[in-house]
Design a protein around this ligand. Structure first.
Ligand SMILES: [Zn+2]
Ligand SMILES: [Zn+2]
Length: 353
């Protein structure tokens, strides 16, 4: 079968034939119907993450935002059958460690990550294996299309967890989202659905227009505003919640500086080569103004039902983030376009042969 394989960091990705996977006793094999293309794939391709021992190994099949149909089921799997449509969170949990038992499977101590770990070939392929499938494959309700579910990807679930579970955004909260890529636009949509008044910040006009369509009450082009936090203060009086959806010293600092007293910053963007995970923050201001700084990654599989309910209510529309559907053979070019920030919204692979 065909798959997108990382052969050299930063060199063109290869689309080539690989062995068809088989199911472990506790796993399933899923035939891929759709898989989102994500900046995390770009980070993996660039070889980022070595500063936190999280560099993706060469030879990896990428792709971590899949939807598909179960084609093979291991003997020990209780909850799934051939033909079930499933979405698979990228963080493949063991289901047994202390974090999993506390309902925090997205921080599983024994996790591997779909499309990133050597034991977890990804879903830029005609099919992919899911280990411990009772924990890690989530049946899709009828009515959620494959493209919509793939666009939930890591970005929408990450945004939902960060804003709902971590920052507890509710009616009237002022939320500033810095960086309007896939996760940023998801955050705009989710924060608006939760009742927040959202200010979206980027340096590009097209994503800001999209943010306005996603529900942002205000948009700020950081290249035009002399000082973004001052502009946020003028617009909404400072933010109760800030999100850095890109992951750089500049965007993180902009987000934190935009908070009102008592506000909460949630970091969801991972850094690149410039910052290598280290971002200075104004800690005296954090103390004097009672600011909280949090991080958030992914979402426990058990919370998908809450997200599906929000989708069914019509309050969020993940498919609205999708700007294009592409073929497997397009993935190398689409990731290369991310180097120039030359993509808007979310692109989803729907053609795999
Ligand atoms: Zn675990
Ligand atoms: Zn992703």
């Amino acid at each position: 079968m065909r798959a997108v394989v990382l052969e050299e960091y930063g060199e063109p990705l290869s689309v080539r034939d690989v062995t068809v996977p088989t199911a472990d006793p506790d796993g399933v094999v899923v035939e891929t119907e759709a898989c989102g293309v994500c900046r995390s794939d770009w980070h993996a391709w660039q070889g980022h993450g070595d500063w936190v021992d999280d560099r993706v190994p060469l030879g990896q099949i990428l792709g971590h935002e899949p939807v598909g149909v179960v084609r093979e089921v291991g003997d020990e799997v209780d909850t799934l059958a051939v033909g079930d449509r499933v979405v698979v969170p990228f963080n493949l949990a063991d289901g047994t460690c202390p974090a999993c038992r506390r309902g925090r499977a997205n921080y599983c101590e024994g996790a591997t990550a779909l499309g990133f770990g050597p034991d977890a070939p990804g879903a830029f392929a005609e099919s992919f294996p899911v280990p411990r499938a009772d924990v890690n494959a989530v049946p899709l309700p009828d009515g959620v299309s494959s493209v919509a579910a793939a666009s939930l990807g890591c970005r929408f679930v990450t945004a939902f967890e960060a804003l709902d579970a971590v920052a507890d955004v509710g009616d009237g909260d002022r939320v500033v989202v810095v960086g309007c890529g896939g996760v940023g636009l998801s955050a705009v949509q989710v924060a608006s659905a939760l009742g927040g008044t959202v200010v979206a910040v980027d340096v590009r006009d097209d994503p800001l227009s999209m943010a306005a369509e996603m529900g942002a009450a205000e948009t700020v082009n950081a290249d035009d505003a002399a000082d973004v936090p001052t502009r946020v203060a003028e617009l909404v009086g400072g933010a109760d919640v800030s999100v850095d959806a890109l992951g750089s010293a500049e965007t993180c600092r902009t987000a934190v500086d935009s908070l009102a007293s008592g506000g909460t910053h949630v970091q969801v963007g991972l850094t690149g080569d410039d910052d290598r995970g280290e971002i200075p923050l104004p800690m005296d201001a954090v103390v004097q103004r009672g600011i909280s700084v949090r991080g958030s990654r992914g979402m426990p599989p058990a919370r998908y039902d809450d997200l599906f309910r929000l989708i069914a209510s019509g309050c969020v529309d993940p498919e609205a983030l999708v700007s294009a559907t592409v073929a497997l053979s397009d993935v190398p070019d689409r990731l290369a376009a991310m180097s120039e920030f030359d993509t808007v919204g979310v692109e989803v692979v729907t053609e795999f042969s």
